[in-house]
Design a protein around this ligand. Structure first.
Ligand SMILES: C[S@@+](CC[C@H](N)C(=O)[O-])C[C@H]1O[C@@H](n2cnc3c(N)ncnc32)[C@H](O)[C@@H]1O
Length: 250
């Protein structure tokens, strides 16, 4: 398939005019996919200026949690699992803040859901996905009374969610298409508890393997209405809601 990027499309078209050149182009492209230098160059050329959020230190968002437990089932890594550093940030955040209600958009194989449960066993957790993927993590959660793995589109469930108590931690990790990032975020902002936190995943540039990531563009829209920060050393972004004023403050 020809590339969508206009510059790459021109190179592809030029190479296509001479068959040996096309083969050479494909070889270079395939090597580039696994080469960090090529990914860095690709990002410099085509992703420059996309990450514009102000940064925040992870340590300012929660007290230290002491320790973190991590569930492990094979395969150790599947395609859309959150990376370990992001998991460390998320789990420390959930446990350190002592959250009572967690909402996840994008269950995938439920590894992060299971990790939330291990570290916050008392918390109620709802996790949404439009697909059901069988996995040891999912099976371990199925009979837990305080876990709900909901097979539904998050955006289509806004009505249900508005009638539930608000959530202390919302992890937005569903579709990364810009219109979904915006729609999911707007619902998340509505149902966030006072003093609660929203974490968006995959706030990062694209690479050769995934050029469809539009979380940065979605968050540029969202930050027009509320403060949003990129969390240093992770691919997460956050919004923290103001805590409810006590009656003595009003
Ligand atoms: C990146 S994966 C989630 C990874 C998971 N949060 C984790 O940390 O392991 C994205 C998931 O979002 C799901 N998804 C896509 N669109 C969705 C929607 N509208 N509502 C709920 N889930 C959606 C996909 O089916 C996919 O399983």
């Amino acid at each position: 398939m020809p590339p969508t990027n206009p510059v790459l499309r021109q190179i592809h078209r030029a190479a296509g005019a001479v068959p040996p050149l096309l083969n050479c182009y494909r070889k270079v492209r395939d090597v580039s996919k696994s080469d960090p230098l090529a990914t860095a160059l690709y990002r410099k050329l085509f992703d420059r200026g996309r990450l514009r959020l102000p940064e925040i230190e992870a340590e300012t968002l929660a007290p230290e949690s002491g320790d973190i437990r991590f569930p492990v089932s094979y395969p150790l890594l599947a395609g859309e699992d959150a990376p370990l550093l992001d998991m460390l940030f998320l789990l420390n955040l959930a446990k350190g803040r002592g959250v009572k209600r967690i909402l996840e958009i994008g269950t995938y194989r439920a590894r992060t859901t299971a990790a939330f449960h291990l570290n916050c066993p008392e918390a109620f957790i709802a996790s949404y996905d439009i697909q059901v993927l069988d996995s040891p993590y999912r099976r371990a959660l199925l009979n837990q009374p305080n876990i709900q793995l909901r097979h539904a589109s998050f955006a289509d469930s806004a009505g249900v969610l508005r009638n539930e108590p608000p959530y202390d931690l919302i992890f937005v990790d569903g579709s990364h298409r810009v219109e979904y990032v915006i729609a999911d975020s707007r619902i998340a902002l509505e149902i966030l508890a006072p003093g609660g936190i929203i974490v968006w995943h995959d706030y990062r540039p694209n690479d050769f393997r995934n050029r469809e990531l539009r979380v940065p563009e979605g968050l540029e829209v969202i930050r027009q209405t509320v403060p949003v920060f990129a969390v240093k050393h992770t691919t997460c972004a956050v919004h923290v809601s103001a805590a409810k004023k006590s009656s003595s403050q009003t």
